[in-house]
Design a protein around this ligand. Structure first.
Ligand SMILES: Cc1cc2nc3c(=O)[nH]c(=O)nc-3n(C[C@H](O)[C@H](O)[C@H](O)COP(=O)(O)OP(=O)(O)OC[C@H]3O[C@@H](n4cnc5c(N)ncnc54)[C@H](O)[C@@H]3O)c2cc1C
Length: 291
């Protein structure tokens, strides 16, 4: 199973903050993934599935359980015309490139999301009014003691940044795309969207993307900007001057600096606009659950 102990999580997530995982593993096959799930359950350990860590803020105290990193589960197969099957750790960006290159329309709106397909599906990642859930036909969910069951995407409860998968494990995903487009047009569209993203967001800095969900009918970034908090810093963390819905680690930030900024923003926006900003970033608790 190749289980490791006391592994530094800050080296494995985009924010580069957070303490150690008590147990850590990088399965190379779906059989190893199943073994790990079973072992963790037998030991009664809290479990956290980690993709590229681009939407995670681990506690400075670490995670007192089993972290399963999916990055080595990245096999991708073209099943039939328009149908891609990818293991959970396949990078979303390479799937976008592959689909565009084949002229299979459907993923071109998702360039520049630095996660795995498993993380993207778990959180129903979205961009430019599109949501990844609309492209998923089936998801293979794995539990202890079994090879994983393929379920239809229509049986999940998709909503804004939510798939309803919750604490189940995504082993693989099938994406239904529309063949027959001009590859160059799809590539151009992705290129244009990525340029928009990199010119309006602090893309090269350590962040988790947008820290809050947009409230219904409003923009979280605009509310934060109007509250006067853009550019405010705590320790090594700052509310980005480029885009107020990003909190960046400028170097040496601790998770608690980022958490303090999150709470400060939530208080100020609630006081000024009576709006409760809901976090998009996932904050696993030291003992499982969420902070
Ligand atoms: C610069 C930047 C830009 C971004 N832009 C966007 C954007 O445009 N749109 C957007 O929606 N997001 C964006 N994000 C956020 C992030 O990239 C997405 O949420 C991404 O889908 C997370 O994927 P991940 O593999 O990194 O997941 P992680 O951050 O590792 O995990 C996120 C959640 O998914 C769960 N998870 C991961 N893999 C699995 C699995 N196999 N089974 C079960 N649960 C799993 C984790 O347990 C956790 O709860 C951005 C982030 C950054 C840093």
């Amino acid at each position: 199973m190749n289980l490791q102990e006391m592994i530094v999580l800050s080296r494995r997530c985009w924010y580069q903050t957070g303490g150690d995982a008590k147990y850590f593993a990088e399965p190379k096959t779906l059989e190893e993934l199943e073994e790990l799930i079973s072992w963790g359950e037998t030991e009664g350990l809290p479990r956290f599935l980690l993709g590229h860590g681009s939407n995670v803020l681990f506690a400075d105290e670490g995670f007192d359980g089993l972290v399963i990193h999916t990055k080595k589960l990245k096999a991708v197969r073209e099943m039939e015309e328009g149908l891609l099957e990818a293991e959970a750790g396949a990078p979303l960006e390479s799937l976008v490139d592959q689909a565009n290159g084949l002229g299979w329309q459907g993923l071109e709106s998702f360039p520049g999301i630095p996660g795995t397909i498993g993380g993207a599906v778990w959180g129903n990642a979205g961009a430019c009014g599109e949501e990844i859930g609309n492209r998923v036909s089936q998801v293979q969910l794995m539990e202890a003691g079994g090879p994983g069951e393929w379920i239809d995407a229509s049986s999940l409860c998709w909503s804004y940044r939510c798939s309803g998968i919750e604490d189940r494990v995504v082993a693989a995903v099938r994406l239904q795309l529309s063949p027959g487009s001009d590859p160059q047009q799809l590539k151009n569209r992705s290129c244009e969207l990525k340029m928009q993203k990199t010119s309006t967001q602090p893309y090269s800095q350590r962040s988790c993307g947008c820290i809050f969900r947009n409230p219904v009918g409003a923009s979280a970034g605009e509310l934060i900007e109007k509250s006067g908090l853009k550019g405010v810093a705590v320790g090594g963390a700052r509310i980005s001057r480029e885009h107020a819905n990003f909190i960046v680690n400028e170097g040496g930030a601790r998770s608690e600096d980022i958490e303090e900024l999150i709470e400060r923003v939530q208080r100020r926006v609630r006081d000024l606009f009576q709006v409760n900003l809901v976090r998009e970033v996932i904050m696993p608790g030291q003992r499982g659950g969420s902070r």
